[in-house]
Design a protein around this ligand. Structure first.
Ligand SMILES: NC(=O)c1ccc[n+]([C@@H]2O[C@H](COP(=O)([O-])OP(=O)(O)OC[C@H]3O[C@@H](n4cnc5c(N)ncnc54)[C@H](O)[C@@H]3O)[C@@H](O)[C@H]2O)c1
Length: 258
């Protein structure tokens, strides 16, 4: 292990939505930094692919199929984590679904409810059972909730996603407040435009190309890589960020500065 890199040696981590995109990149980076990683996704095939990639690279990982919007499944995720690796040290609550696309007056409330369930209620459920486990162990821990630039700046035609992602910051701050005294840190990472299947789907839905969109979404004139967001989550999971809690760390190529 390179001593200049953030180490997660000996830690057990959960990453939700780890089959593709940022979740997959995060699971792979945490494993490369020494964590034993529970690769959780609703899609068993892609979860297995991420586990295979981690093992091929010499890391330790185990797949758990979970719908993060289902309380019993989240409870079972924690039980399987403890059954597999004996404990929990950190978690990246990353799973979410693609933004909605209609203005408020045309909103489909079934879509609204689904986005709120998968993108916000899931974060509450994951925190509930992750924190229960950390408290039961009596150990320190770090939780990272994946928000978005939409957590602080709205986009049009995304009311459900914007509301859910604003809520992720509220849950993060509340968690940091309630558990700092027991050594549990809760932070958020707010990605900007990052090259994942979700981002590509959003571009397609709006009829834009990456080249058209990138200058408006980043001071660097490019969209970000999933690995660049994973680095922020790895740091927040690690003891290197031991004095940081309740924070929202934007990884967005400077988008929010304009
Ligand atoms: N890509 C971007 O530009 C961008 C920007 C801002 C925020 N984000 C956020 O980053 C996170 C990761 O996004 P991404 O772009 O990698 O997404 P993605 O759509 O590429 O991947 C999401 C993963 O979550 C899984 N998933 C979906 N619903 C689930 C459920 N109910 N239970 C468990 N797993 C489920 C999917 O199977 C998939 O593997 C999300 O929270 C997203 O809102 C993404």
């Amino acid at each position: 292990m390179n001593p200049n890199l953030v180490s997660l040696e000996g830690k057990v981590a959960i990453v939700t939505g780890a089959g593709v995109g940022m979740g997959a990149a995060t699971a792979q980076l945490l494993a490369a930094r020494g964590a034993k990683v529970i690769v959780s996704d609703i899609n068993p095939a892609t979860a297995a692919e991420t586990v295979a990639a981690i093992r091929d690279a010499g890391g330790t990982a185990h797949a758990v199929v979970t719908n993060v919007a289902d309380e019993r499944e989240v409870e079972a995720l924690l039980a399987e984590t403890v059954a597999t690796y004996g404990r929990l040290d950190c978690a990246v609550n990353n799973a979410a679904i693609t933004p909605d696309t209609l203005p408020i007056h045309e909103a489909d409330m079934a879509v609204f409810d689904k986005v709120l369930n998968v993108d916000l209620r899931s974060v509450m459920l994951c925190m509930k059972y992750e924190i229960r486990q950390l408290l039961a162990q009596g150990s320190h821990g770090s939780i990272v909730n994946i928000g978005s630039v939409s957590s602080v700046r709205p986009q049009p035609n995304n009311a459900a996603y914007v509301a859910a992602k604003h809520g992720v910051i509220g849950l993060t701050k509340t968690g940091s407040l309630e558990y700092a005294g027991r050594g549990i840190r809760v932070n958020a990472v707010l990605p900007g435009a990052i090259d994942t299947p979700m981002f590509r789907a959003a571009l397609d839905a709006n009829g834009f190309t990456v080249e058209q969109y990138a200058p408006a979404l980043s001071l660097f004139n490019r969209i970000g890589k999933p690995e660049e967001v994973a680095e922020a989550s790895a740091w927040l999971c690690s003891d290197a960020s031991s004095y940081v809690t309740g924070h929202s760390l934007a990884v967005e190529g400077g988008y929010l500065t304009r």
